[in-house]
Write a protein that binds this ligand. Sequence first.
Ligand code: FAD
Ligand code: NAP
Length: 339
Amino acid sequence: MTLQLQAGVSLKPYNSFGVDVRAQWFAEAHSDADVREALAYAARQQLPLLVIGGGSNLLLTAEIPALVLRMGTRGIRLVSDDGVNVVIEAEAGEPWHPFVLSTLAQGWSGLENLSLIPGTVGAAPMQNIGAYGVEIKDVFAGLTALDRESGELREFSLEECRFGYRDSLFKHAAGRWLILRVRFALSRVEHLHLGYGPVAQRLTEQGVSQPSARDVSRAICSIRSEKLPDPAVLGNAGSFFKNPLVSAALAGELKLAHPGLVSYPQPDGQVKLAAGWLIEAAGWKGFRDGDAGVHRLQSLVLVNYGAASGGQLLALARRIQADILQRFCVELEMEPNLY
Ligand code: FAD
Ligand code: NAP
């Protein structure tokens, strides 16, 4: 028996909001065997099992009457290499950003726009992580998951994951699939995506005229470090709300009433609104109620100034949702996973 089970563990160090709730049981998995042992233990004790990675997309609103299993599996391997294109497989517990850097150091491009996202490889498919115009679906080459219902391993192709905007099959079948490892199709030939937000401008400011994938990664790290609060300093879970997709008719009406509205027409005719703009326009930027607040630079990010509970953060989120609905007729959907 290698799995170390601990009773009554505070999850404060294990969620980026820094919310202090206890797990009835806690363990870290360092192998597939640990994962299976944890599942068997939970089944024997008739306990729910909650799997977590870095805890950077969680809002814990109460004590967790479950076995919380933190994925700590490690390993990165080259699956195939035709001289130009490679497929890389990483274990679920690999920390995301160091993994991205390790691929770039090998000269493999594809993940550079996803630099500095917190969390683990295994959680990345959950919401098809995305930033600066790239999502993992763009470089996804498959994953291996454990079916918690049958105990069998299952391979998932790109189509089977049903990736969408911050969405996937796994997000909807919460708790069924435990992702063990993920594969990525990367390339020694760089196809850079520079047309999103301030990336190209930052490269120019940095004096880079012919950027490499590593230059893009560095530029994105510098932009993100300036704009986003570091969870180690100020608790947060990144963007708290998804950018809403609305009809072209509603976007048109809103644009007439609010000429500064930030909107992006989508290929399917819908229009994506910048949720951060709506929240800022409604006056919430920098708002603080006790230790729960809206970040002073990035209104899409809710923050914990120290001792906010998950319930207080959730109450603030609901106030913002109600206000945005009333002012703009737009429903904001929360992005973090609530427990
Ligand atoms: P956790 O928060 O631990 O878990 C998230 C969900 O996945 C939970 O439901 C959990 O049960 C489940 N889960 C975790 N591991 C597994 C597994 N192995 N198998 C099955 N289910 C699992 N997200 C973006 O998309 N783009 C960004 O640019 C971005 N920027 C961020 C910036 C900051 C400062 C922060 C704090 C967050 C940001 N996020 C971003 C959100 C977050 O980092 C990502 O969603 C990340 O993938 C979460 O990984 P995690 O390991 O921390 O997952
Ligand atoms: P930003 O550059 O200030 O842009 C605001 C919003 O406009 C973003 O949310 C982005 O949508 C959208 N946008 C910008 N340029 C666009 C374009 N050319 N086409 C379509 N949409 C465009 O955003 P930011 O807050 O600093 O974040 C930068 C990137 O990192 C974004 O992609 C964002 O999603 C990602 N990020 C995500 C999280 C998270 O927790 N999920 C946290 C921090 C940053 P999209 O969000 O749809 O890309």
